[in-house]
Design a protein around this ligand. Structure first.
Ligand code: ISE
Length: 342
């Protein structure tokens, strides 16, 4: 029998996830959707033949597994309700915007004694990042010393703030750094300088974010959200004996008339399409296998740690100073395989 999924939140990413699960994920069926905007929920429900629920919490009892893609501040309520109902729950990033909310989710999951939560850090399923991690783990470039990353968005909506460059954009690079090196981040520094003329007044874009890991690996992340030209995601790990970087393009290169041309993506939906497919494949497989063993990819602990780094990043953005990241002791539930790819 297919896994009956309910999707809470049918905005941009929620609709995308609902369609992907309904149409492209073998073994999954989206039977229920909910959104505070009933019209929006109805439109998605019609596209995939799901039922509309008035509230996200009501939908949980009627499905096998839950996707939470609503606004970040609502995540805690839905994730806690799913844990209480014993339902596997895939929650979009952030797990929750504050560490206090994430703590309550960790406590609930620990009390339930099962890893029911998976967080939507899809880069862990991107073939290029996976290949890069294999090289780093394989040891051929020697001990990693540094990582350079760039995360460039074409543009962002009007509601986007300087803080969101940390919490909404660079949060992916924070998760990548933790996962790439299997280490926690111990300090975050956010630097801002000359502002892009394309940024709205008062907006601090671009940002240079420095992450320091437990063993002292330094990660610099350029986060720009008004780059204009492409959705450009770059990463390079520098080891003692060599480097490994994400390849520039998955497409073809055309050479003619004295020039080479290749297309570049302009949106995350396009750049990470394969990663989104793979993250749901992995999740549905785990849910179908009973959902009682390891979660499929990033856990609630990973969500908590990323939020803790973002809180430090926000403080650094405000004060201009380096901020340490202090994490609570890791509950035993997360100690095995907690930050590896399934
Ligand atoms: C968005 O929420 C994402 O998750 C994208 O991956 C990121 O590039 C973008 O900056 C965010 O706003």
């Amino acid at each position: 029998d297919p896994i009956r999924v309910g999707v809470i939140g049918t905005g941009m990413i929620g609709r995308e996830h609902a369609l992907r699960l309904a149409r492209r994920t073998v073994g999954a069926q989206v039977v229920a959707v909910a959104d505070t905007d009933a019209e929006r929920a109805r439109a998605v429900a019609t596209e995939i033949g799901a039922e509309v629920y008035r509230s996200g919490v009501d939908l949980i009892d009627d499905v096998d597994a839950v996707v939470v893609a609503s606004w970040g501040p609502t995540h805690e309520e839905y994730v806690l309700a799913a844990i209480a109902a014993g339902r596997p729950v895939f929650c979009e990033k952030p797990l929750a915007p504050t560490r206090a909310e994430c703590n309550r989710i960790l406590d609930a999951e620990v009390a339930a004694g099962r890893r029911l939560v998976t967080v939507g850090f899809m880069r862990r399923h991107d073939p290029q990042y996976v290949a890069m991690k294999e090289v780093v783990a394989g040891g051929s470039i020697g001990a990693p010393l540094l990582m350079h990353a760039a995360h460039r968005n074409v543009s962002v909506p009007d509601f986007f703030t300087s803080e969101m460059i940390v919490t909404d954009t660079a949060v992916h690079d924070i998760d990548v750094a933790r996962w790439m090196f299997d280490e926690e981040i111990v300090a975050v520094t956010v630097l801002t300088g000359r502002v892009s003329r394309k940024a709205k007044p008062g907006f601090r874009d671009p940002q240079l974010i420095i992450l320091e890991t437990e063993s002292g690996i330094l990660v610099d992340v350029e986060a720009s959200v008004n780059a204009g030209f492409a959705y450009d995601i770059r990463g390079e790990v520098v080891g003692e004996d060599g480097t490994v970087e994400l390849s520039e393009s998955a497409g073809a290169i055309v050479k003619r008339a004295g020039a080479a041309h290749t297309s570049v993506p302009t949106a995350w939906i396009e750049r990470f399409a394969v990663a989104f497919d793979a993250e749901f494949r992995a999740w549905i497989d785990v849910v179908a296998a009973g959902g009682t063993h390891l979660s499929a990819g990033p856990t609630a602990w990973d969500g908590y740690a990323a939020t803790a780094c973002c809180e430090a990043g926000l403080e650094s953005l405000r004060t201009g100073t380096r901020q340490p990241v202090e994490l609570r002791p890791q509950p035993a539930l997360y100690s095995t395989n907690a930050s590896t790819t399934p």
